[in-house]
Design a binder for this molecule. Sequence first.
Ligand code: DNO
Length: 386
Amino acid sequence: MKETWRWFGPNDSITLDMIVQTGASGIVTAMHEVPTGECWTYESIVDRKKLIEASGLEWTVVESVPVHNDIKTRTGDFKRYIENYNQTLINLGKAGVDTVCYNFMPVVDWTRTNLNYKLPNKSFALRFEMTDFVAYDVFVLNRKNARNDYKPEVIAKAKTRLNNMNAKEVEELEKNIIAGLPGGEGSYSRESILIAINEFIELGTEGLRQNLFSFLEEIMPTAESAGIKMCIHPDDPPFSLFGLPRVVSTQSDAQAIIDAVPSSSNGLTLCAGSYGARGDNDLVCMANAFAERIYFVHLRNVIREVDGSFFESEHLCGDNDMVGLIQALLKAETTSGNSIPMRPDHGHLLADEIGAEGVKPGYSYQGRMKGLAELRGVMHALEQLK
Ligand code: DNO
């Protein structure tokens, strides 16, 4: 597996030279400065690629070329956005960047409620806490009919939780949930998120799935001729938020995507932490089932709780069998003949990065390096035993 590292571009406080020191050889990045829906020009892609290569690294994966909400709803300017999407794929292919991650999450990209969850060793992890989320959805956002989506005892617990929060804590919770996390799409106010949510609730699960399939039909021929491998990222978390439809949360969702458009460009990102936040997703089984279509992996672990809450655990110690997963991925590489780029996804906030300015939630230097080093150890050991 090729070791890669997510870099947020020239403004990232973690520089390319620092990334070289982690031992990773590939970069995962995007033209974050281009507004969602607009085309990435060939020249700007080549310039970014040259910058990466000047440090001795390679631009291995694009994460992400974001999909505009109009494409997800097939309203407004969606036709123009699809044209732009195809042109971006053509430009990437021409520049020799051939793996593109994207997602089809409606309204909110990846979501957490707590960005500073203190672990027993005094480092910090990201956490999704169901009670906090329900408290926000039902009592702060006041989403219409939100109560119908939760059991009465969950709502009662959420009410008590909210009553025990001060104004600053509520503000912080709101910011964590709707203001957008690094690399995510969309930052909302209370008013704008309610409008967006309603639009998708009306569309429903099968409506959203159909719109995803239409989008796949519209981009896969271009991807194929441009030599691009598309890899869809799962929903994070892999269950409904705000009553929104979800279509990339389970093994059967992923299978439906593969079946919808029979093109070798139509592949998956196996994000272990996202799929793995559901106990009914067996990651080893998924890696075996989709061996030929996994074009990118995010390796990270979680510890789940019965109510759907979870936090991001040590990369090797959590509810998902990381060693088994890596073993299955190495086997998938042999079966498919593809080299699968991996990146250590997220890391704990450690040492002198705690409280430091500008550290992106989940994307600390030391935490990710620790994760990468541990995963690298497993990869090396398993390679030797092969
Ligand atoms: C979070 C990431 C997401 C992901 C995008 C993929 O850390 O997994 O930002 O990159 O949702 O499109």
